[in-house]
Design a binder for this molecule. Structure first.
Ligand code: ADP
Ligand code: MG
Length: 748
């Protein structure tokens, strides 16, 4: 039995999911696949594992596995559940890539979906588990989609063949479940859906009239405004109550009537202060405006005159518990901020906490702690707070309406970040965060017209990203015929075909024929090795080929430098020109633009060990500091992975890696060429230029794959040299012309 503390017990009892424990466990016992949906904060993540545990799902040395799309969630949720159950982190543990606290005693295991997929490579039918919970399934990551597809098969196998069923529980914050339940290929019997009725309070949604471009500034101003104008602490409550009483005075002959138990009516005298309000503070027109609004609203509600108006009525209660939306006429005026700051209004201090995926988990858990007395709690979060982590105490939400997405380059598989509008579903999730503990407000920093143009749902990742890596990972799981795989939503055939083609060209895939013209492909031994590295397949190939001990550290450095975005800040900038000059001396030309990155990252790594430090160094040489740090992490990760795969190699991450010798550079180039074997271009001959009617003097190239003519990017150090054959990292389009970036020459 679990020995929970009284405090935890009381907290649990308040969760809506607790009254559904019986129904949930009954459904799970009777069905192999169950879907549970419920608003963020209803208790899915923290409670369902406990229900399973108490129902005996951890007996016989079996485990309960929970997958989270984000590392933070895996860590913080395992800690929370351990605490609630009064168990140690040995028993309720987490495992994310290269970090974790699992032990032989682990019974409940939180992990990222990638980690479980990796476990399935060794044990596809997950013998160690009695139940798998796929959490946050609405996020529709490529990996969770694949997991659900695989698990649908595993549950059938475990029931019919192994006679030891595996339970699959899919949990989601939204109801966009069509891809799961109306999909016969995925689940032959439609799984039951349990909808948790959440006690969600009303949230009033305020749209901006205008949609400012600088949403960070706007968000700041909105936060200042909320903090200075909207009630929070006791002081404000008292002040506001006074104001309200003044605005809506009780009639002087008003008597409070109270019906006693014996049906007698007792007339109570009202406290004199209700009638004689002495307001010593200066009238603050802001509150007057609010009061006027409230008055109008009150009229609309047609409610009886209440003798006591409490703060909740004013500040937070919309007409009903539905989400209400209107365009706010309450435009932000900059003067107000300046004024209030200059006048030195003494505002309550703000307890501001950041929250984002990359924040160290120690910092992240601070949001769950009670803020210091007398402070306003304020969390500035990315969309991690949308559903995966429930932040407490929130009454006001400021939604910038944007989302930063990782867009994968279709050519290189390298990611870029872009800020785009979010979906309607996500915006509503964000608004919902204000209504967890009481009714609240959501300020949208965009107009309702802009909102109406939002997509209803964000598309699942599998539809928007190149799937080369996914395909490679699936093949590593021995899923040969990907076309037949039960995807929640399948990638289109073109996507699959290009991925197959690219992987075959890289030597990772080979066709296998099975009678009847039906053909499939499987990984080659090289492909199997490649699948072990968490980078784009072409970079994984470079890692696999760099088998020499003296070359590998450079390959790791190059792959890390190529995998992060924008290591060099401004391509035409004088400072980065220095790297080019440096990289372009003598035989260093061998590696072309890759040498620029290699030298830049190598020097930045060295700078970390010097007095100057990384930040100053980056500023001096035009490097993006965050990219250097990211590359460093990837370097460590890749080095660890190599050491796992190649015993006794003991590769280390050397911060003072010397510049490669010419002989080494030559070998490195061969490896780069192998990785980019499908991205080769040839310079056009004079005749070809004439035929193509090229008027400019720029050297033009042709790629067999593309029908377009491509030019060398102007920041390339090989621009003058114009080698006849080149490989490139990426082709991008600008002003109707195509440019290749990251050039290495093929010539000897
Ligand atoms: P769901 O998964 O349905 O979104 P959770 O199980 O994550 O809900 O959260 C249930 C409740 O537990 C919420 O009220 C949340 O505030 C609380 N909670 C979750 N994690 C912590 C934590 N680390 N500390 C305190 N409370 C927490
Ligand atoms: Mg959750």
């Amino acid at each position: 039995p679990i020995l929970r503390s009284v405090e935890i017990q009381q907290m649990r009892l308040k969760l809506p999911i607790l009254s559904e424990e019986h129904l949930i466990m009954e459904s799970i016992n009777e069905n192999d696949v169950v879907i549970i949906t419920g608003e963020t904060g209803s208790g899915k993540t923290t409670q369902v594992p406990q229900f399973l545990y108490e129902a005996g799902y951890c007996s016989d040395d079996k485990m309960i596995g929970i997958t989270e799309p984000r590392r933070v969630a895996a860590i913080s949720m395992s800690q929370r559940v351990a605490k609630e159950m009064n168990l140690s982190s040995d028993e309720v543990s987490y495992l994310i890539r290269f970090e974790g606290n699992t032990s032989a005693k682990t019974q409940i295991k939180f992990m990222t979906d990638g980690v479980l997929l990796k476990e399935m490579k060794n044990d596809f039918i997950l013998r160690k588990y009695s139940a798998i919970i796929v959490d946050e399934a609405h996020e529709r990551n490529i990996f969770s989609d694949i997991l659900i597809g695989c698990l649908s098969r595993v549950t059938t196998y475990r029931r019919n063949k192994l006679k030891k069923p595996l339970k699959l529980i899919i949990m989601s914050a939204t109801l966009n479940l069509g891809d799961y339940i109306e999909n016969n290929k995925l689940f032959s019997t439609t799984p039951p859906v349990i909808k948790l009725n959440t006690r969600q309070f009303g949230v009033m949604v305020h749209f901006n009239k205008k949609t400012p471009v600088d949403y960070v500034k706007e968000a700041f101003q909105r936060a200042v405004k909320i903090h200075t104008r909207l009630p929070d602490g006791q002081q404000e409550v008292n002040r506001l109550v006074k104001k309200l009483r003044k605005t809506f005075p009780l009639p002087h002959d008003f008597k409070k009537q109270k019906i006693l138990s014996n049906n007698e009516i007792k007339i109570e005298k009202i406290d004199e202060t209700h009638f004689n309000i002495e307001d010593k503070e200066n009238d603050d027109s802001d509150f007057e405006v609010s009061a006027k609004k409230f008055k109008q609203r009150l009229k609309k509600m047609k409610e009886d005159c209440l003798p006591n108006i409490c703060l909740e009525d004013y500040a937070t209660k919309p007409e009903d518990d539905e989400m209400e939306m209107y365009d706010t006429d309450d435009e932000l005026d900059e003067e107000f901020f300046e004024e209030s700051l200059i006048l030195g209004h003494t505002f309550q201090p703000m307890w501001v906490l950041p929250l984002y995926s990359l924040l160290p988990s120690k910092e992240q858990t601070k949001v769950f702690e009670e803020p210091p007395k007398g402070c306003r709690y304020c969390v500035v979060a990315t969309n991690i707070a949308e559903t995966s982590i429930t932040i407490p105490y929130v009454k006001y939400v400021i939604d910038c309406g944007r989302t930063k997405v990782k867009l994968y380059d279709k050519v290189t598989g390298v990611s870029t970040y872009q800020v785009i509008w979010t979906s309607k579903a996500s915006a509503d999730q964000r608004a919902g965060r204000a209504g967890r503990t009481s009714s609240g407000h959501c300020y949208r920093l965009y107009s309702s017209a802009v909102f109406n143009d939002f997509e209803a749902w964000s598309p699942p990742e599998i539809k928007t990203k190149p799937i080369d890596n996914l395909l490679m990972q699936m093949k590593a799981l021995n899923l040969e015929c990907v076309i037949d795989f039960p995807f929640p939503s399948a990638p289109d055939t073109l996507q699959l075909k290009t991925a197959e083609k690219r992987l075959t060209l890289l030597g990772a895939l080979e066709q296998i024929y099975r009678g009847n013209k039906e053909y499939c492909s499987k990984l080659t031994p090289l492909g199997e090795n490649m699948a072990k590295y968490p980078v784009a397949p072409r970079f994984a190939k470079m890692l696999c080929l760099g088998s020499d001990f003296d070359i590998l550290p450079y390959i790791v450095l190059i792959v890390a430098a190529l995998s992060v975005q924008q290591l060099l800040l401004n391509a035409n900038d004088e400072t980065s020109q220095r790297w080019r000059t440096l990289a372009g001396t003598g035989d260093s030309f061998l590696l072309g633009d890759v040498m620029v990155l290699l030298r830049a990252l190598g020097a930045a790594e060295y700078a970390r060990t010097t007095n100057e430090g990384l930040e100053k160094f980056c500023a001096r040489y035009g490097l993006r500091c965050k990219a250097v740090i990211e590359a460093r992490k990837l370097r460590v990760q890749l080095t660890n992975e190599i050491n796992l795969n190649v015993p006794n190699l003991n590769l280390a991450v050397d911060p003072c890696l010397p510049v490669p010798t010419n002989e080494q550079a030559r070998r490195l180039r061969q490896i780069i060429l192998c990785g980019l074997a499908d991205q080769v271009a040839r310079r056009l001959t004079d005749i070809e230029r004439k035929v193509a009617k090229i008027t400019s003097h720029k050297p033009a190239y042709r790629v067999s794959e593309l029908e377009h003519i491509i030019y060398i990017n102007s920041s390339s150090i090989l621009k003058k040299q114009q080698p006849e054959w080149i490989v490139y990292q990426e082709v991008y389009q600008m002003n109707n012309k195509f440019y290749a970036r990251g050039i290495t020459s093929i010539e000897p």
